[in-house]
Design a protein around this ligand. Structure first.
Ligand code: PEP
Ligand code: MN
Length: 338
């Protein structure tokens, strides 16, 4: 249920509603819009009588039931686009952000070089996996905590915030000590214990859609993070499984406008993992921006041919530079700032 306060409702009136909701065993979540406060109340299914009672409280404009299984992620809860701060970098609500860096952190030199390339060509967040969720247990698994120390060096050198993946609930605390934003990968979209821990971490979360997760399931999974009191979630489309084998995954660009209709959360796209092949990364990135995405996460490596993971899809400096210069006019045409 959402309780919409009147424009310029007093803090006392908001407190009064919060108090009533708590008495009724609801957990309230506040969303402060430009001119009014909206309170999301999570709890037992409300009766018509209860809704009437809440509507009658001082300075309440209306109270409505959210019938969707995701509440805090829904447009009903927040009408305006929300934005997320990744340290001092804002994404969503008109701000387009590019995160770039290697698939995996392999060495200090490789990661710092990739981060410098990312910065030089206009990215504002560095990516890099220290804990890698690999399909085969015999593939490179990442450098773990040593990788986190290297990411700290990349942040020191470039001044850019870091996004890195967390693969297990027991690693959230460790990864959150280094990361400015936690990444939850496609193989963990419905790892509910991990989502709840990430929700408690206080860090923004770049939340990837699973390769066979429907958008309704994806939004319900996001709710596991949001309902812990962490509103800073970015939804990320990264390709789904279909019968097509020409690309690594099928980038579901239709998901971008659908998610923007159903949810207020920022939506990013990962063209690299969808493409699986470097020549396809740029066109998919441009199409994602044109479809209304609020940001991209792109794999960039100083020498992709030597990469220990995803060598075929990582961009070198020249390729990333070309992508960024073609991206700028697309983002601007949509009235957003890059
Ligand atoms: C990644 O971004 O490093 C990654 C593993 O992506 P995904 O979870 O989308 O496969
Ligand atoms: Mn990768």
């Amino acid at each position: 249920m959402v309780i919409v306060m009147q424009k310029q409702a007093s803090p006392e009136a908001v407190e009064n509603v919060l108090g009533e909701l708590k008495k009724l065993n609801f957990v309230p979540h506040i969303s402060e819009g430009e001119s009014r406060v909206v309170i999301g109340a999570i709890g037992p299914a409300p009766t018509e009588e209860l809704i009437e009672q809440l509507r009658a409280l001082p300075q309440v404009e209306t109270a409505v039931r959210i019938t969707k299984p995701y509440k805090l992620a829904s447009r009903e809860f927040r009408h305006d686009d929300s934005f997320v701060m990744i340290d001092d970098v804002k994404t969503g609500n008109g701000r387009f952000v590019v995160a770039a860096g290697p698939c995996g952190v392999e060495s200090e030199q490789q990661t710092v070089d990739a981060a410098c390339i990312a910065k030089k060509h206009g990215a504002s967040v560095v990516r890099g996996g220290a804990f890698k969720p690999r399909t085969s247990p015999y593939s490179f698994q990442g450098l773990g905590e040593e990788g986190l120390r290297i990411l700290e060096k990349a942040r020191e050198t470039t001044g850019m915030p870091i996004v890195t993946e967390v693969t297990a609930p027991e690693l959230v605390e460790t990864v959150a000590q280094t990361a400015d934003m936690l990444q939850i990968g496609a193989r963990n979209t419905q790892n509910f214990a991990l989502l709840a821990e990430a929700g408690k971490s206080g860090k923004p979360v770049l939340f990837k859609r699973g390769m066979s997760t429907s958008l309704a399931e994806f939004l319900q999974a996001a709710e596991y993070i949001l309902s812990q009191g962490n509103p800073n979630v970015i939804l990320c489309e990264r390709g789904i499984r279909t019968f097509e084998t020409a690309t690594r995954f099928t980038l579901d660009l239709g998901a971008v406008p659908v998610l923007k209709e159903l949810s207020h959360l920022p939506v990013w796209v990962d063209p690299s993992h969808a493409a699986g092949k470097r020549s396809l990364v740029e066109p998919l990135a441009l199409a994602a921006a044109a479809a209304g995405a609020d940001g991209l996460i792109v794999e960039v490596h100083p020498t992709p041919e030597t990469a220990k993971s995803d060598a075929a899809q990582q961009l070198n400096e020249a390729e990333f530079s070309a992508l960024m210069s073609r991206l700028r006019p697309v983002v601007e045409a949509l009235g957003k700032e890059l």
